[in-house]
Design a protein around this ligand. Structure first.
Ligand SMILES: [Mg+2]
Length: 323
């Protein structure tokens, strides 16, 4: 009965957006009017693995769970639609905290035009939030996939990298003298990643040949694009655009700034490849979506990603695994 009351309280906090969802939470299943091609992804975050309740508020957890899932739709270039949320709540996590988590998730849903169309609540040993998202496209050819990179393409990335990794080091107690605003922004980037939904649609529309969201870091995610495409993404580490404060944090942690940016996950920027004759169209699409792009490498024959240091020497990927 307590669970039913919590579910009712959660449902009262959710709003429908658009007219696709004919029946949301409250029936046995959601009923949605299909909008063309459905693009579906699921993502799960667990306390102690993907976040820690000691450093993340319940609202941060709700934001992060939906944000990560939506980032996969961004990487496909899909228009976000519905989210389905499973909350596994440990006994120490009260109803007020559960509702705060839902509010954090719903706030991002509102900004993204997403309707939470269903979900469930169960008791569990640890806080686990699982989010399935559905996005929509008119045409499968309008989406971006991981397997389209070809030799001769350019490698691009959106935004600035390393912020989430630096934020995590700061949350872990790293001693580093930083401007308060810079510190706050790095920590925010770790706690509340922003899915690049508008940018992903713009890049897919402008004809990128392959795309992935940076959940694990450039080193690992470039490897995913390389393996799926059967081509080799060569990434010049010194050309990675770094967020403010990343250099200082890396030095304090006795790591190379570019290594930190390439190896740390959770930035949720977009990594893509594009044929050189579409570079201008891609830059225009990005700027109309309010984003800045960095050009960080090129695609060559091969089947594995290669990271180049300042002298053009290839570094082993092995040292760049996501922690
Ligand atoms: Mg992804």
């Amino acid at each position: 009965v307590a669970e039913l009351e919590l579910i009712a309280a959660i449902e009262r906090r959710l709003r429908a957006r658009g007219d696709r969802v004919l029946r949301g939470p409250g029936d046995d299943a959601a009923v949605v009017r299909g909008g063309g091609i459905a693009v579906t992804s699921i993502d799960t975050v667990a306390d102690g693995v993907h976040f820690r309740l000691s450093t993340h508020s319940p609202s941060d957890v709700g934001h992060k769970a939906l944000g990560q899932a939506l980032s996969d739709l961004a990487a496909m270039g899909a228009r976000p639609g519905e989210a389905y949320v499973s909350l596994a709540l440990p006994s120490g996590f009260g109803d007020a905290e559960a509702l705060e988590l839902v509010d954090g998730l719903e706030a991002l849903a509102e900004r993204s035009g997403v309707t939470v169309a269903g979900g469930d609540v169960v008791g569990a040993g640890a806080l686990v939030v699982s989010v399935t998202v559905t996005g929509w496209a008119e045409d499968p050819a309008a989406l971006a996939y991981r397997d389209g990179a070809r030799p001769g393409d350019l490698v691009g990335v959106s935004g600035e990298l390393g912020a989430a990794g630096a934020g995590l080091l700061l949350l872990d107690g790293l001693d580093c003298a930083l401007d308060a605003g810079v510190r706050e922004e790095l920590v925010r980037r770790h706690l509340r990643p922003e899915p690049r939904l508008e940018l992903g649609r713009a890049l897919a529309g402008a004809g990128v040949s392959a795309m992935i969201d940076l959940s694990d870091g450039v080193a690992t995610d470039a490897e995913h694009l390389s393996a799926c495409s059967g081509a080799s993404l060569e990434v010049r580490l010194p050309d990675l655009p770094l967020a403010d404060g990343v250099t200082e944090v890396a030095r304090s942690a006795r790591r190379e700034p570019y290594e930190l940016a390439a190896a740390s996950g959770d930035d949720y920027e977009l990594l893509f490849t594009v044929s050189p004759d579409r570079r201008e169209a891609v830059e225009e699409a990005a700027s109309s979506a309010g984003a800045v792009l960095g050009w960080i490498g090129s695609v060559v024959a091969g089947d594995a990603a290669v990271l180049l240091d300042a002298s053009g020497t290839a570094l082993a990927l092995g040292g760049f695994e996501h922690r």
